[in-house]
Design a protein around this ligand. Structure first.
Ligand SMILES: C[S@@+](CC[C@H](N)C(=O)[O-])C[C@H]1O[C@@H](n2cnc3c(N)ncnc32)[C@H](O)[C@@H]1O
Length: 327
């Protein structure tokens, strides 16, 4: 160990790390595992490009500089850093195979685009009542004050904000930094402070804190092809406590009359929200990875979930309330 200091995103320049700074004593997550700075910023960074020296607290972004010996890196050992009686553990985030699906690329709608994100809430208000949906999800899960919720594909943060009012902490995860920034501003303006925003996705986000009581994901899983939905659901299963709950809502097609259902859906949206929105729905079907209900049910049960309730609307929207049943 060489010393400590607040890391900068810049690459190591050979200068000695500062020795004066200590990790932020006000951090609500004090004592949590630190993660490699490079991987926090780019979870998909190839192993050979990572600098194995700067670790950071995922909450307050205070960090330390650890000179991890070559041998420890190879053995995958986690370095330990001690300040007085506080022991901080550095942890390498999981390495992914080079052939892993690149979930940071935007398929279909570009949620990395500022203009797109800024109109998201007003556009969706013509198609759905997200406030009401959020309350429905929270009621279905019978959320309790002490519980912790993880929201995958949190988008502009409407659900995360409503959830945060009813539980102790929400982790809002999204692959789009623009979405996260927008959601954070929205939460700040409403003085909701118990949301932790994390950049990452179904395949790359590493939950380094205690397992959570509930995972919610709404209109996001269809961004992954079916093979990768399996990986995503398996990873979610490991992030949940035993008997933890999953609420999954997405565009999922019932097999029977699927062409008619889709045609009816698009026509309905054209009537209620206009031709532009209707075209977007068509583009969703053309370019994104919504699947059939029987595939989604199979994916859920094979990744360790029991489906407690499945609710299909118009043969195009599915809502699943599930319980983690494997250890
Ligand atoms: C249609 S929006 C849904 C937002 C919000 N959950 C809602 O119900 O309004 C889809 C969101 O999923 C995010 N997303 C796309 N691919 C993702 C992935 N692989 N992991 C996590 N989030 C992803 C997008 O950036 C976007 O914010």
């Amino acid at each position: 160990m060489l010393g400590c200091g607040k890391p900068s995103p810049a690459k190591r320049d050979g200068s000695a790390p500062r020795r004066s700074a200590v990790l932020n004593s006000d951090c609500p997550n004090r004592g949590a595992s630190l993660v490699l700075l490079d991987l926090l910023e780019r979870p998909d960074m190839p192993a050979r490009e990572i600098w194995y020296d700067k670790f950071i607290c995922p909450d307050c972004h205070e960090g330390i500089h650890l000179d991890v010996p070559e041998v420890a890196r190879e053995l995958g050992m986690n370095p330990v850093y001690t300040v007085g009686t506080n022991v901080w553990k550095g942890r390498y985030m999981s390495n992914h195979p080079w052939w892993q699906y690149d979930e940071m690329q935007q398929i279909g709608k570009d949620y990395g685009n500022v203009a797109e994100v800024e109109v998201y809430d007003s556009r969706h208000s013509k198609l759905r009542n997200v406030q009401q949906e959020s309350q429905f999800i929270l009621d279905s899960l019978a959320v309790r004050k002490e519980q912790v919720i993880l929201d995958f594909g949190a988008g502009t943060g409407t659900f995360a904000i409503e959830a945060a009012k009813r539980c102790s902490k929400v982790y809002a995860v999204d692959v789009s930094r623009v979405m996260l920034e927008y959601a954070k501003k929205k939460a700040d303006s409403r003085r909701v402070g118990n949301i932790v925003f994390r950049h990452g996705g179904f395949l790359t986000y590493d939950h380094l804190n205690d397992s959570v009581d509930i995972i919610v994901t709404s209109l996001a899983l269809h961004h992954l092809p079916d093979f990768w939905k399996f990986t995503a659901l398996s990873r979610m299963n490991t992030m949940l406590k035993d008997q933890g709950r999953l609420f999954l809502m997405d565009v999922v097609f019932s097999e029977e009359n699927h062409v008619e259902n889709i045609t009816k859906w698009i026509a309905g949206i054209e009537r209620s929200a206009g031709p532009e929105r209707a075209k977007e729905v068509g583009m969703h079907i053309q370019k994104e990875y919504s699947t059939f209900t029987w595939i989604m049910e199979g994916l859920l049960t094979r990744t360790g979930f029991r489906i407690d309730q499945a609710d299909y609307q118009g043969g195009v929207i599915a809502r699943y309330l599930c319980t983690k049943i494997n250890a």
